[in-house]
Ligand binder design. Structure first.
Ligand SMILES: C[S@@+](CC[C@H](N)C(=O)[O-])C[C@H]1O[C@@H](n2cnc3c(N)ncnc32)[C@H](O)[C@@H]1O
Length: 261
């Protein structure tokens, strides 16, 4: 599996669904309930997992616009529901690809890829249009692995450094600092920001495929970026694949709305 392939997005979708803050989704839904046929725009939608997760809580007549720069995953989203509008768009060039009548912007697992400067640009555009934002599953830098392995600290520290590399969204990524950057950017622009932890709590037996894919991805990325010696990454991966009972990946969700008046 590579990058943001449909296979990878499908593998993570159930863990994302368990982790999302239902309280923050309900806050966003309450605001939509007052409007007829509200239009929601999902940024970096992939195949539409965010829409699938939010739709049961949102009004039945909600309209959707899904945006991504990957034509393959976007095509899957379009095929699944012909009523959904899809927009092939590079968020690096335009952080605000929402239609004019959009009333809520959503995103899942996106903002840790973005630079602090890009987050500021997005916040400017949201504030200019007085749009609320529901952002789920932004990585927050906290990793937990059980049982402990002597290589965990080095690998986790290297992973967090890797998360700050440029991911094509405005320069060096905010990575583990993205949640704080997003909250600060929106609060500075007069938003009321609610935040909730939404960690993946993965367990052997139920989540074996996702755990193995994560471990392989991390070890490969660390070695490729020369953040740890390749032999260290290889040995750590072999031990981890042999036994990882629980894996926690810290995320946070936010719901931010412009103050009335
Ligand atoms: C971690 S995936 C999450 C996908 C989806 N939100 C989900 O939950 O399944 C990040 C998504 O952001 C998209 N993305 C990354 N950089 C982008 C850019 N510059 N413009 C538009 N989309 C981008 C990727 O193609 C990918 O679909």
């Amino acid at each position: 599996m590579s990058g943001f392939s449909a296979d990878w997005l499908a593998l993570r979708e159930p863990a994302d669904a368990r982790a999302r803050s239902s309280a923050l989704i309900a806050q966003a839904a309450a605001r939509l309930a007052a409007q007829a046929a509200p239009l929601v725009c999902d940024l970096g939608s992939g195949t539409g997992a965010g829409m699938r997760a939010f739709a049961p809580a949102f009004p039945a007549d909600t309209r959707w616009c899904l945006t991504d720069n990957d034509p393959d995953t976007l095509a899957i989203a379009a095929r699944a529901d012909a009523r959904v509008e899809t927009r092939l768009t590079d968020l690096a060039a335009d952080p605000a690809p929402w239609p004019e009548d959009c009333v809520l912007v959503t995103a899942t697992a996106l903002f840790d890829l973005a630079s602090p400067a890009w987050i500021d640009r997005l916040a400017d555009r949201l504030a200019a249009d007085r749009l609320p934002l529901l952002a789920c599953l932004t990585y927050d830098g906290r990793l937990g692995l059980s049982p402990a392995h002597p290589g965990d600290a080095a690998l986790c520290a290297a992973f967090n450094r890797h998360q700050r590399h440029d991911k094509g969204l405005g320069g060096d990524a905010a990575g583990p600092g993205a949640v704080d950057a997003l909250c600060a950017a929106l609060a500075d622009r007069g938003y009321t920001v609610a935040r909730a932890d939404s960690p993946w709590r993965l367990a052997a037996g139920r989540d074996d495929a996702l755990i193995a894919e994560l471990l392989r991805g991390w070890a490969g990325a660390m070695a490729n970026a020369d953040l740890v010696p390749s032999a260290t990454a290889r040995d750590w991966l072999a031990s981890r694949l042999a036994r990882t009972d629980r894996l926690t990946v810290g995320h946070a969700d936010i719901y931010a709305a412009p103050r009335e008046g």
